[in-house]
Design a protein around this ligand. Structure first.
Ligand code: NAP
Ligand code: ZN
Length: 360
């Protein structure tokens, strides 16, 4: 049973995983009525992030079933609370990973709400009123306006949806590590999936030389063609890996499964940085030699704050950057998730929640 509180009376149709089989089935549940700080959004599209798969299958052991996944949400505002006047009915908006934070700590004050220790996610979180949060695999979402961004008018609502998680998750570490406004760096992207393909597009838009490190030789043509990557290294090919040693300034690792960081670190120049954004359920192998011999750093990054999310969205509007998506109907979510688990997507599934293929 969905947890309900007094004002949770808004009936919503959605799709949920009920157990660790991960199978997604229809689910009707209640959301809170639109509060003073809320906007109610008719959901049009929702991307399928690999994180949704981790949660649906309880990979990380923290799933509260039934879980309604989805944190790459685009839609249209249909109701506005009295404090949420920066939005109006009909606005094209997006909701990403964040549903709530304390709004008082140093991180919230600096719009790094993603690092607030009371931060709650859009799904599988606990909202301020004690209710469990449900994500975008549903026809309506009620969101606090402080965690809602505007979608530029020139961008289509389906292929923009993955920017709300995949986009900001790769934008934020690029910005944090001086890769924005300093073109000409050598950048590596490990794993060419949902996150990775956006990272390649951002890297090119920001003027860098981008090398993809992939386990899938079949992705090379597209990576270098449509996505604009400069180089492609098959990470299981030791000769190619050897040839790439000490060539990169910065690496973003987006891989969803366990792997060794050792050979990847060897590709960094001395003093280079690898940022891990992938979230495998098992610890990664991190040998000391490539770290100490190259004075290299490894750090992590989790999604991004709201100011950066809007900045990224506006930049995408300016440069016309969207994601490469395969739009699916809600009744094929399970097939899409199976294909995502098998690394068979170019490069993001997006659910046509409102049953429309055209853009608004
Ligand atoms: P995805 O679309 O499945 O892409 C992951 C890519 O990793 C695959 O396309 C594949 O690329 C590579 N890969 C898969 N299995 C591999 C293996 N066994 N060994 C080596 N490479 C493998 O997933 P995604 O949606 O981009 O998400 C990636 C990861 O980031 C997930 O763990 C997700 O939970 C996490 N994530 C983190 C954040 C954050 O805030 N830090 C936000 C969103 C997602 P190749 O075929 O090119 O090798
Ligand atoms: Zn995500």
């Amino acid at each position: 049973m969905a947890q309900e509180t007094q004002n949770h009376t808004l009936s919503v149709s959605g799709w949920a995983a009920y157990d660790s089989s991960g199978e997604i089935k229809p689910y009707t549940f209640k959301r809170r009525e639109n509060g003073v700080n809320d906007v109610t959004i008719k959901v049009l599209y929702c991307g399928i992030c690999h994180t949704d798969l981790h949660y649906a299958k309880n990979d990380w052991g923290i799933t509260m079933y039934p879980v309604v996944p989805g944190h790459e949400i685009t839609g249209v505002v249909i109701k506005v609370g009295c404090n949420a006047g920066k939005f109006k009915i009909g606005d094209r908006v997006g909701v990403g990973c964040l549903a709530a934070s304390c709004l008082k700590c140093e991180f919230c004050a600096d719009s790094q709400e993603n690092y607030c220790d009371q931060m709650q996610f859009t799904y599988n979180g606990i909202f301020w009123d004690g209710s469990i949060t449900y994500g975008g695999y549903s026809n309506v979402i009620v969101a606090d306006y402080r965690y809602v961004v505007r979608i530029p008018e020139n961008l289509p609502m389906d292929s923009v949806a993955p920017l709300l998680c995949a986009g900001i998750t790769v934008f934020s570490p690029l910005k944090d590590n001086g890769m924005l406004g300093s073109p000409g760096k050598k950048m590596g992207v490990v794993g060419l999936g949902g996150l990775g393909h956006v990272a390649v597009k951002f890297g090119k838009a920001f003027g860098h030389h981008v090398t993809v490190l992939s386990t899938s030789p079949s992705k090379e043509t597209e990576a270098k063609g449509r996505l604009g990557a400069d180089d492609f290294i098959v990470s299981t090919n030791s000769q190619q890996m050897q040839a790439g040693k000490r060539s990169l300034d910065f690496i973003l690792d987006t891989v969803s499964a366990q792997h060794s960081l050792g050979p990847i670190l060897e590709l960094l120049k001395v003093d280079g940085t690898l940022v891990m954004v992938g979230a495998p359920d098992q610890p990664l192998e991190l040998p000391s030699f490539p770290l100490i011999f190259g004075k290299r750093s490894v750090k992590g990054s989790m999604t991004g704050g709201m100011r950066d999310t809007q900045e990224m969205m506006d930049l995408c509007g300016k440069h016309n950057i969207t994601c490469d998506v395969e739009v699916i109907a809600p009744d094929t979510i399970n097939e899409a998730m199976d294909r995502l688990a098998k690394n068979d997507v170019r490069y993001r599934f997006v659910i046509d929640i409102a049953g429309r293929i055209s853009n608004i």
